[in-house]
Design a protein around this ligand. Structure first.
Ligand SMILES: [Zn+2]
Ligand SMILES: [Zn+2]
Length: 255
């Protein structure tokens, strides 16, 4: 399953894709197959309005990398799973709201028909019937409101979780970029455009992962400035040493 990694055709639309291109120039489908953290399938990810990128197999949110040389730490998986849980929760609550809505409409319908039959004298609906119907309709309406509120709550969790996942991958990328971390360098590694890359840079800076000159601070997400994450610092130093070994001519500003 390495379709499209060499020059070839887009795995989705079949248009010619230049060698090394990570996404199709026409439809934007990722040509880089990676194991999905949700479904485990080795599959590409496609652009999505809400989830930015989603798995071609299970539809779960993904953060694809554009450059084969870049490695991911996998730290984004927790946040991605949170976004996926929220997505599934929202779908369940929406479905429950619709189902309850149908039940409510049915109750009101029966009440209306029975009332009409009463008016034209076919049946003699007792007060008990109306009370029972109202007592069913009331709780059903409340239940619908509750399901809808839950689905809205879950929808609210999606964007922050996605932001966290993307920031985590951007931090991985930043640690592997040779030289200063710039918006352009980020667009080369992640499937984002320059304006989004600028935002990402600002976020990386705000989280003290890079400085405003684009150099690494050796701090990672979740590590406060006075309590750096030692494992992350070591991993970064290792990645940096490797990067320098590959490109001995490149000198970096030492921290
Ligand atoms: Zn395509
Ligand atoms: Zn998947």
């Amino acid at each position: 399953m390495t379709a499209g990694s060499a020059e070839g055709r887009c795995v989705a639309c079949g248009v010619g894709v230049p060698a090394g291109a990570a996404v199709c120039p026409r439809c934007g489908t990722s040509q880089r197959m990676e194991a999905c953290p949700h479904c485990g399938a080795t599959a590409g990810a496609t652009r999505d309005a809400e989830f930015r990128f989603r798995c071609d197999v299970c539809g779960g949110p993904r953060v694809p990398l554009d450059t084969k040389k870049m490695r991911r730490s996998g730290k984004e998986v927790t946040a991605l799973k949170r976004a996926e849980l929220a997505r599934k929760g929202r779908a369940k609550n929406r479905a429950a709201a619709v189902f309850t809505g149908v039940a409510l409409a049915g109750t009101i319908g029966i009440l209306a028909i029975y009332g009409l039959l009463g008016v034209i004298g076919v049946v003699n609906p007792g007060l008990g019937f109306f009370l029972a119907s109202l007592l069913t309709a009331g709780p059903l309406a409340a239940l619908i409101a509750w399901f809808l509120a839950r689905s809205r709550e879950q929808a609210k969790e999606i964007v922050p979780a996605l932001d966290e996942a993307w920031l985590s991958v951007a931090a991985d990328v930043a640690a592997q970029i040779k030289g200063p971390v710039t918006a352009r360098a980020l667009t080369e590694a992640l499937p984002i455009e320059e304006p989004q890359a600028e935002e990402m840079l600002a976020l990386l800076e705000a989280h003290e992962i890079i400085r405003n000159d684009g150099s690494l601070t050796r701090m990672r997400i979740g590590a406060s400035p006075d309590k750096p994450d030692l494992a992350a610092v070591e991993a970064e130093a290792e990645a940096e040493a490797e990067a320098e070994a590959r490109a001995p001519g490149v000198t970096r500003e030492k921290v």
